[in-house]
Ligand binder design. Structure first.
Ligand SMILES: CC(C)(COP(=O)(O)OP(=O)(O)OC[C@H]1O[C@@H](n2cnc3c(N)ncnc32)[C@H](O)[C@@H]1OP(=O)(O)O)[C@@H](O)C(=O)NCCC(=O)NCCS
Length: 189
């Protein structure tokens, strides 16, 4: 029987092995990792799935913020969902969905308003992620824009939101200009 438990109960080495298997050992080169480097995941939102004590799934959230690029308003706090990974031998049993439902429910209860991720819309739309509302968001590196998705925990949280997704206050180390972002977008198209 699959049990969903707080992520801290998982063996960190088993988590790393699952993530390497799911995303490749070079996963740290992905843009999303720029937002995670040097920042701790949110313990209270992160969950793991176990079958007879064996790790079968892992979901963590990181804190981020959206900083308006053109002088418009204060940064907006958000969550970055992921990485989400499920042992391929246990795929299709609802583990991924189960982990997300638990994490998102907890996030809403704790008053978080907005969740962002990079992933496949057909999968994540099942738990409420969509592309609308993410059009004005920019990651600090190349991503496929069609895979940048948002989920409003508070209705309207993504409405009109534009800016650069970055590490939370005090942890932002990247200085990205709009010209950089335009160049990066060009390299993707
Ligand atoms: C994607 C992943 C998390 C799904 O986990 P899972 O526990 O097998 O998913 P669930 O059992 O909750 O959901 C399975 C359903 O989602 C569908 N699905 C799985 N991955 C999908 C994708 N990338 N796009 C669309 N649908 C997908 C399955 O076909 C299945 O559909 P069904 O219910 O109609 O049969 C898992 O396959 C995985 O770890 N993949 C490698 C890492 C990865 O891609 N992570 C997500 C990107 S951040």
């Amino acid at each position: 029987m699959i049990r969903i438990r707080p992520h801290r109960e998982a063996d960190p080495a088993a988590v790393e092995a699952l993530l390497d298997r799911s995303f490749g050992a070079d996963r740290h080169r992905k843009t999303a990792y720029r937002l995670r480097e040097g920042v701790a995941p949110l313990d209270e939102l992160s969950f793991a799935a176990f079958d007879n004590g064996e790790l079968r799934g892992s979901l963590q959230f990181w804190p981020v913020r959206v900083r308006p690029l053109q002088g418009g308003g204060a940064p907006v706090d958000a969550l970055l969902l992921g990485p989400l990974a499920v042992d391929p031998a246990f795929a299709g049993h609802g583990i991924g969905m189960g982990l997300m439902r638990v994490g998102l429910r907890r996030a809403r209860l704790l008053g978080h308003r907005l969740v962002i991720l990079v992933g496949d819309l057909p999968y994540y739309s099942r738990v409420g992620f969509r592309r609308e509302g993410a059009e004005g968001l920019r990651m600090p590196g190349p991503v496929d824009p069609d895979r940048l998705l948002v989920h409003e925990l508070a209705p309207g949280a993504a409405e009109g939101l534009e800016g650069l997704i970055e590490k939370p206050e005090g942890q932002a180390t990247l200085k990205v200009t709009e010209t950089d972002l335009d160049n990066r977008r060009e390299t993707l198209s």
